[in-house]
Design a protein around this ligand. Structure first.
Ligand SMILES: Nc1nc2c(ncn2[C@H]2C[C@H](O)[C@@H](COP(=O)(O)OP(=O)(O)OP(=O)(O)O)O2)c(=O)[nH]1
Length: 214
């Protein structure tokens, strides 16, 4: 049976996978995202940046897994950033930055890009890999100042790419999206299904390994 390893500290990605019938093994990568972005250079396309970050995360957790004796598994790494006015934005990290992000995006649209990297490992060797990014256009509402300040005060927008969530408090301020909702949250299920297929893994077998009955 093929095991599913999520190379991410993201509780959102874990929740999406669990809701979709997969109980992953979680391993957190130690990738220096800022250093990798700098190394890719200013010419790198936004899609290439998030995909390379995802690939680096998946690759980073490999050595530990093979030493754990796993014989047949897939590793999935992801990276999400918001593309607004041609600039890729990660997590704001502070109320001030999150407030300025909302000043730019309220009432407008932006694209949430999520890079995905899938590695198939059998008996310690990578026998297949597939990488691709997904793009979802997010149409933002214009929150009332009091609501926005209350949202900022919760701390939620500080720790997520683009300073918003679709599936939590931020959902009150998203009018609609064009594209895959799971990709906005952090891991695009239809794209991961396609990438798993490219490395010879069917998604239903992963439900089986997770012991899902209902
Ligand atoms: N719940 C939720 N989380 C979101 C949403 N949009 C973005 N995020 C989260 C998912 C990720 O945890 C985070 C994006 O940051 P990264 O892609 O760098 O992942 P993160 O640093 O969290 O973990 P990782 O680098 O994968 O170990 O923002 C959303 O709509 N809902």
């Amino acid at each position: 049976m093929t095991a599913f390893v999520l190379a991410s500290a993201s509780p959102a990605r874990l929740a999406v996978l669990r809701s979709a019938g997969v109980e992953p093994i979680v391993r957190v990568s130690g990738v220096d995202e800022d250093a990798l972005i700098a190394a890719l250079g200013a010419e790198a396309s936004p899609e290439h940046v998030v995909t390379e970050l995802a690939r680096a995360k998946a690759k980073d957790v490999l050595p530990g897994l093979t030493s754990e004796g796993l014989s047949d598994f897939v590793v999935v790494g992801c990276d999400s950033m918001l593309l607004l006015d041609g600039e890729l934005q990660g997590k704001p990290g502070s109320v001030e930055v999150a407030r300025s992000r909302w000043a730019s995006m309220a009432g407008r649209s932006a694209t949430l890009l999520t890079g995905h990297s899938v590695l198939r490992v059998v008996n310690g060797s990578v026998i297949g890999d597939a990488h691709e990014s997904s793009a979802t256009v997010v149409h933002f509402a214009s929150p009332e100042d009091s609501d926005l300040e209350a949202y900022l005060a919760t701390g939620e927008p500080l720790q997520v790419a683009g300073a918003f969530t679709l599936d939590s408090l931020g959902g009150w301020f998203v009018e609609r999206i064009d594209g895959d909702p799971s990709s906005v949250i952090g891991i695009g299920l239809p794209l991961v299904r396609t990438l798993l297929g490219r490395v010879g893994v069917g998604i239903a077998e992963l439900w089986a390994t997770s012991g899902r009955t209902a």
